[in-house]
Design a protein around this ligand. Structure first.
Ligand code: UD1
Ligand code: MG
Length: 462
């Protein structure tokens, strides 16, 4: 097998995107387009991957780090000019070079592998990966000779009306004989509608030199979507989501309505977990088996163990251990850790807090900056008052303790095991073992209050 090199084109400004974000960094299913491309390319284990980046592309380097070599294309003069920037590292090498665009996130390693194999089998100078598009607008069109060989590739803006009718498009992926590639790149001119040096022109240059130029047409156009604007971005997102969802379903996850389930690339989900409609799962989220993730939930960087139930709730950078449940309408914020078989019910918020096994936090409660032990009952409407306007303070609640409803725990407070807080208390000091803290005004009933009201004799008050 000959040596294999890969060039990733990622220097284009992406003006059609109208974004502050560098085009190839636009996310598709939560992962930058160029990262998708890199992930597939890496599987080919090439001898070298070189990525062409443009000005302001430090973010591409920050993202991809040492997964690739980089070369800067100072001015974006076109795709041929972009490839030429790699000449210093690749120009004299013998072998095959795959050129891929950083804005085509749906290609799979398998497709690239097939292209390499086809190219090698054909002993071609260049093999262009093509696809039949229902709507070829904006893609370069493949013009073939009568014998079926490729004559040239015409860009949308340079195409005649007849050429615009062609449905076979250039996917922007090519496999070249490396030495012939760099020889012909120097001959590419920019006398076209955009005044750019077009990489596809290398095909006709090689053809004129009598070299073998072939096309490898793939069956599945959907892989070849090139994302130049937000419309294509949404199409790519939809296709990627479908691919991700089908892969989870094949692995034994039930998606009640896959068209309305939004799972990012890289999320892990165990079998027999059920995901209801309108759920968004993103980041480094891991979900165990036999869980229920109810409608309207949003999970980001969440760790969810087996048998967890989440109803219409949000979990961000938080952990739920086995058998726990959450919601409806609750929010786990960063560094919330919910123990085994814990119940966090309606309208609760937990932040930077650990809740021990079997503890119950049923309703309308805020737990922030606290460590709760096991088997605790937290009543309705309890507030962990953690912030004095300057600093956050931490409270510790012992095992088997009981916190009555509508209590405020003004941190820092240490509550020992088996202790109690009476409902309606505002707690400012520690509570020893087995004690009950009661911190509220004792009730007094003002006798005969009614008759002292000035209007008590009026008809309205009777
Ligand atoms: C390109 C092809 C077109 C093909 C389409 C497939 C050319 C001239 N046209 O068009 O035939 O159908 O892809 O998606 O190649 N880039 C650079 N430096 C530059 C210009 C572009 O690095 O100076 C990068 C871009 O970041 C992008 C890739 O090259 O990742 C393709 O450029 P883009 O402007 O998106 O080309 P298309 O118009 O999509
Ligand atoms: Mg493009």
């Amino acid at each position: 097998m000959s040596n294999r090199y890969v060039i990733v084109l990622a220097a284009g400004k992406g003006t059609r995107m109208k974004s502050k974000l560098y085009k190839v960094l636009q996310p598709v299913a939560g992962k930058a387009m160029v990262d998708h491309v890199m992930t597939q390319v890496e599987q080919l284990k090439p001898d070298l991957i070189e990525t062409v980046i443009g000005t302001g592309a430090e973010k591409v380097e920050d993202l991809l780090k040492d997964r690739t070599k980089y070369v800067l294309q100072k001015e974006q003069l076109g795709t041929a000019h972009a490839v030429l920037q790699t000449e210093k590292d690749l120009g004299t090498k013998k072998g095959m070079t795959l050129v891929v665009s950083g804005d085509t996130p749906l290609f799979t390693a398998e497709t690239f592998e097939n292209l390499f194999n086809y190219h090698e089998k054909e002993h071609a100078a260049v093999t262009v990966l093509t696809a039949a598009a229902d709507e070829p607008f904006s893609y370069g069109r493949i013009v073939r000779e009568d014998d079926g060989s490729v004559s040239k590739i015409v860009e949308e803006k340079d195409a005649t009306e007849a050429e615009k009718e062609i449905h076979e498009v250039n996917t922007g992926i090519y496999c070249f004989d490396n030495e012939l590639l760099f020889k012909s790149l120097h001959q590419v001119k920019n006398n076209n509608a955009q005044g750019e040096y077009y990489l596809p022109d290398v095909a006709s240059i090689l053809k004129e030199q009598g070299k073998k130029v072939v096309a490898y047409q793939m069956d599945d156009f959907s892989q070849s979507i090139g994302v130049n604007d937000r419309i294509a971005l949404s199409q790519a997102e939809k296709l990627m989501r479908k691919r991700i969802n089908e892969s989870h379903m094949r692995d034994g996850v039930t998606l009640v309505d896959p068209d309305n389930t939004y799972i990012d690339y890289g999320v892990e989900i165990g079998n027999d977990t059920v995901i209801e409609p309108n759920v968004k799962i993103s980041g480094q989220t891991k979900i165990g088996s036999d869980c229920l993730i109810g409608s309207g939930s949003r999970l980001e960087d969440a760790t969810i163990e087996d048998n967890v139930k989440i109803i219409s709730s949000t979990v961000e950078s938080a952990t739920m251990h086995k058998g726990s449940d959450l919601g409806p309408n609750s929010h786990l914020r960063p560094k919330a850790e919910i123990g085994q078989d814990v119940h966090v019910g309606n309208f609760c918020e937990v932040k930077n807090a650990k809740i021990g096994d079997r503890t119950k936090v049923g309703h309308l409660t805020y737990v922030g900056d606290a460590t709760l032990g096991t088997d605790i009952n937290v009543g309705c409407g309890v507030v962990f008052v953690n912030y004095d306007g300057v600093k956050k303070w931490h409270s510790n609640i012992g095992d088997h303790s009981f916190i009555g409803s509508n209590s405020n725990i003004i941190a820092p407070v240490e509550m020992a095991d088996h202790s109690f807080i009476a409902a309606g208390s505002t707690i400012t000091s520690d509570i020893p073992k087995h004690a009950m803290a009661i911190a509220r005004q004792r009730q007094t009933n003002k006798e005969d209050f009614w008759n002292r009201l000035p209007l008590s004799n009026s008809e309205d008050w009777k």
